[in-house]
Design a protein around this ligand. Sequence first.
Ligand code: SF4
Ligand code: SF4
Length: 240
Amino acid sequence: MSEQTTEKAHLFLSLREASLALCFDFRHYEPQLLLFCELIRLMSDGNTLFRREADKNGLWISQPGRRKMRWIEGSELIEYMCEAVSSEDLSPDMLAAICARVFRTRATPAEHPDTGEAGIRIDTGMESFRCRQCGQCCRNLDYRDALTEEDVKRLKALGRNGILDRVGKFKSQEGKPIYRIWMKPGKLELEEACPFLTKVPTENRWSCRIHDVKPTICRQYPVSRKHANMTGCPGFDNKK
Ligand code: SF4
Ligand code: SF4
């Protein structure tokens, strides 16, 4: 739950940052087949052949310079697209055109105002976002392993032990810490819903009881209009 109304209207990304942001988007969702088809057509100027199959999570794609096609699906397809948009051969114009399609917003080649570095200016659209306090994100999205080490340090520094009691500490396969939220205090069991979400009596809205110190993931959600659209947030819906 964001509970904020205004944000930066645009941001500058270096070319490298723009490629990373595109890969982050691709890896965040299941393969976006229609979008991927559009991007392949755009990047190859129609020279790469591709074909979809009904109800399948992949694409037939031709190899460069050949007509023979190879089936690529799921995470392999996502990595294929990441590699394509990370190519240093892409011009800033092309990268901007890709960003516009992926982030569903205006994106233009630009120079950093201070350093003159080449990059992409992206309109975030966040200035027209308004949190409706519908509680959809708090109730339905999966953020259980999204608490960061910085969040934990911040909560410790503030002495918010009541919140920390609901954080489980685990380790990933690589040995990195995972902070799991929200646990039942003293148990290795997750709560079914966030214990800090409360319904405002007699009103059709929800409120966060730890709004001033809530996790970064909650503060930053949604990061863009597309993110909101893809995850059921009505914060950009001007009709409501
Ligand atoms: S889903 Fe969107 S509008 Fe609803 S509470 Fe979350 S951020 Fe606010
Ligand atoms: S802490 Fe809970 S109620 Fe607060 S914003 Fe995060 S998920 Fe929602």
